[in-house]
Write a protein that binds this ligand. Structure first.
Ligand code: DX5
Ligand code: ZN
Length: 220
């Protein structure tokens, strides 16, 4: 299966949101990555439920919602109503992660778990069989445009090993600092979904950049 490209709308031009959404609709992107930040779990506030619902009205592809919030259980039903297809919570924000995952699945969404750069892969050993996706943070969450952390490759290798035993269909998604310098190696190492914010939206031709991420052929 070809890898998934999920452009992060955090870097989109919100003065022209409808055009940006249409650009993604027309592109080779697979999903819309939506970053929800509460100013508590991460030191930044992004956007919330009404914006997700607006994007959902125009988006013709699945919404991949990344919750960087404390107590995500409180909002699972609301994100379903707003149109989320994939709902990812942070391991570090969930005391009863298994319960949270069951709740996401009971709302008929795909369930994802995200790890911060310092959180070891081993903590996923007893949840990986219950989820659809792991989102590995390759920067510290909170902001777009940060530098990719090289240790991510080793985490992908460790996670692929666990997944091969317990959940071969697991989607391994990488988020933060993804660009032409690391995309090929991330996929070769075992990732099969890439989030990209600034690399897509700050480029001259975002639609072409998405195509390059999809084909892994970059103009020199
Ligand atoms: C960071 C967010 C990312 C961010 C990625 O906390 O989770 O999705 O938008 O942006 P880039 O690709 O610019 O690092
Ligand atoms: Zn994200």
């Amino acid at each position: 299966m070809k890898h998934i490209i999920s452009p992060s709308m955090l870097s989109a031009d919100f003065n022209h949101l409808a055009e940006e959404i249409e650009m993604i609709n027309q592109s080779e992107a697979d999903w819309f990555h939506l970053d929800i930040m509460d100013g508590v779990f991460v030191p930044n506030i992004s956007f919330g439920l009404p914006i997700v619902a607006h994007i959902n009205k125009l988006a013709k592809k699945p919404l991949d919602v990344h919750l960087m919030i404390v107590e995500p259980d409180r909002y699972i039903e609301d994100f379903k109503k707003a149109g989320a297809d994939y709902l990812t919570v942070h391991y570090e924000a969930c005391t009863h992660l298994h319960r949270t995952v069951q709740k996401i699945k009971s709302e008929e969404m795909k369930a994802g778990v995200s790890l911060n750069p310092h959180t070891p892969i081993a903590v996923l050993e007893d949840i990986v069989q219950d989820i659809d996706l792991v989102l590995l943070m390759s920067v510290n969450p909170g902001f777009g445009g940060q530098k990719f952390i090289e240790n991510t490759y080793s985490k992908i290798t460790q996670l692929r090993e666990i997944a091969s035993r317990k959940n071969p269909n697991l989607i391994i998604e990488i988020d933060g600092g993804v660009d032409s310098s690391n995309a090929n190696k991330l996929i070769e190492t075992g990732a099969n979904a890439l989030v990209a914010g600034s690399f897509v939206f700050k480029s001259e031709k975002p639609k072409n950049t998405i195509s390059q991420l999809k084909t892994l052929k970059f103009n020199k």
